[in-house]
Design a protein. Structure first.
Length: 550
């Protein structure tokens, strides 16, 4: 709803509860909650816990007026981890929320600084409002609007015109953005605007507030959000205006008195730039005025799989073979875990890894590894081929892409290729497991007899199960208590059941292979079973399984 009126009417609407005044931090927090409730923050897979961290460590305390509002929020992570996307969603939430009644934003009409009209109130009126409606109201009127108050409204604050406006990044209203360019050409005027020298003859002095171009990012972002790209690439001289803005809510324009502003400052940076910045002791004061939140690569398997599926069209998704996407996702996630651990130990962590507890894990986990853009390239390239795309196809393409990546040293490349081999091994283990389950269901009596015979061959069972003499005796006693009819593999602990099932699988496959019937058996019997179970692209799967078995 569009609203215009005088400042007196605006104040009365606030006092009556018809208009809910909010600071920029309150507005962003409510926009965040509003967007989350509507499911608008689910566009980045595996990032719910990051939003939780931002809410808990920044938005909530800042919206309550605590010191967090005096800090620059900086998201730190490796390239492609989602830092920019997170800020983009925050901006989109703020833009959409400003169009609701609850998120309405008001300014002095036609003010190029988007200035809060309540700053024009006399101290006694401000204090009354603060007391009666519990406003968080700080600051003072800018030189420009002081002049307008005196000249246009004869010093009567009640007559100041107020209008509602809508935040828009494309129109540079309420959303500012600063991107460091060449450090030698970065200018503070990009932030605070500059004197408009063409107006000097009109106004007679460069210090006249009207002789100024209010087009800097600080003015644009007033009552909204200012995004700072690549924070630690910014010249130190330009960092101080940001931090003064965060700490005190003020900035200085050329030949004018201080200007108060109310805006949320959000930056993002790669970890390497932060490390360089930290090493310079003169930056300690700057770092103390920042809230740093890590944004690692996704480590949650289900979310990584969903992310890959999201970029594929339906036709290409139907072309994916058994466990193809899952296997690629496992290889990528393994590369993001502490590389000092053995690959087997890494692989065992994947299915149990809880992304929500990333902040309690090794601080290096997720801060390096294969970025999602590489995985996307793998999918794009393989989908240009004809036919079914298997897990092996994806892993081969991943290996090829990594070999072409000039950023990787030999040690890292070798490590990644080892992980790819381990992911392929796991894929084959999964295929073996499918076959094992089928054979064991078909050969139940043979399996039980197999167990019975093996358990009475003391040397064989101890070798297979790698158990102690006491454990062997315990198993032997368990078997002795059963009759032949009662004897079943189900009597054994599950870890031992698996060993016997694997041994049966090996013998069964070996018999077929020796007879030369393995491929034919797989294509006829096992393929029919897979199709009955709803498995797609069984021809490709059978070929992968045959090569894995032989």
């Amino acid at each position: 709803m569009k609203w215009e009126g005088t400042l007196e009417e605006y104040v009365q609407s606030i006092m009556d509860g018809d208009i809910k005044y909010k600071t920029s931090h309150e507005r962003l927090y409510h926009a965040f909650q509003w967007a989350r409730a509507k499911g608008l923050l689910t566009k980045i897979y595996g990032m719910d816990y990051i939003f939780d961290e931002i809410e808990k460590n920044f938005l909530i305390p800042a919206s309550k007026g605590y010191d967090a509002r005096k800090r620059l929020l900086v998201l730190v992570g490796p390239p492609g981890s989602g830092k920019t996307s997170i800020v983009r969603l925050l901006k989109e939430a703020l833009i959409a929320f400003s169009k609701t009644d609850e998120g309405a934003v008001y300014k002095i009409k036609n003010c190029p600084l988007n200035e809060n009209p309540l700053l024009a109130l006399p101290a006694d009126i401000k204090n009354e409002m603060i007391e009666k409606v519990e406003l968080k109201l700080n600051g003072f009127l800018s030189p420009l609007n002081k002049q307008r108050l005196n000249e246009d409204y004869n010093g009567d604050w009640r007559k100041i015109e107020v209008e509602r406006y809508y935040i828009s990044e494309s129109e540079r209203i309420g959303i500012g953005s600063f991107v460091p360019s060449d450090p030698y050409t970065q200018e503070v005027t990009d932030l605070i605007g500059d004197v408009d020298y063409s107006t000097i003859t009109t106004y007679g002095s460069v210090s006249d507030p009207r002789a100024y171009r209010y087009d800097g990012e600080f003015q644009v972002a007033n009552q909204g959000l200012l995004e700072l790209h690549e924070v630690f690439k910014t010249r130190r001289e330009l960092m101080y205006p940001f931090l003064t803005l965060a700490e005190d809510g003020v900035y200085k324009m050329t030949r004018q008195s201080m200007v108060f502003t109310d805006q949320v400052l959000v930056g993002h940076s790669n970890e390497e730039d932060l490390k360089t910045f930290v090493k310079q002791s003169e930056n300690d004061a700057l770092l103390s005025r920042m809230i740093l939140i890590r944004v690692p690569y996704n480590l949650q398997l289900a979310e990584e799989i969903n992310l890959y599926h999201s970029i594929l069209n339906e036709e290409d998704r139907r072309r994916l073979g058994y466990l193809a996407i899952e296997t690629l996702a496992k290889a990528v996630i393994m590369s993001r875990l502490d590389h000092r651990k053995k690959s087997e130990a890494l692989f065992d962590r994947i299915n149990d890894l809880d992304q929500a507890n990333i902040f309690t894990l090794n601080k290096r986990d997720g801060m390096f590894g294969i970025e999602v853009r590489i995985a996307f390239q793998v999918l794009e390239r393989t989908m240009s081929r004809v036919g079914v795309i298997s897990a092996v196809d994806l892993l081969e393409e991943l290996s090829h892409l990594l070999e072409q990546d000039y950023r990787l040293d030999n040690v890292t490349l070798h490590w990644y290729k080892d992980l790819i081999k381990r992911a392929e091994k796991d894929y084959h283990i999964q295929l073996h497991s499918l076959l094992e389950d089928y054979i064991c269901k078909q050969e139940t009596k043979r399996l039980d007899r197999f167990v019975y015979e093996c358990l009475y061959d003391r040397g064989k069972v101890k070798s297979w199960l790698n158990i102690s003499e006491d454990m062997f005796s315990s198993l032997q006693g368990l078997i002795d208590e059963q009759t032949d009819d009662q004897l079943s593999i189900n009597l054994l602990p599950k870890e031992y059941q698996k060993v016997f099932k694997q041994k049966l699988l090996e013998e069964y496959v070996e018999e077929l292979y020796i007879k030369g019937n393995l491929r034919e058996w797989l294509q006829h019997y096992f393929k029919s079973h897979l199709e009955q179970e709803g498995v797609k692209h069984t021809n490709k799967l059978i070929e992968d399984l045959y090569h894995a078995l032989t």
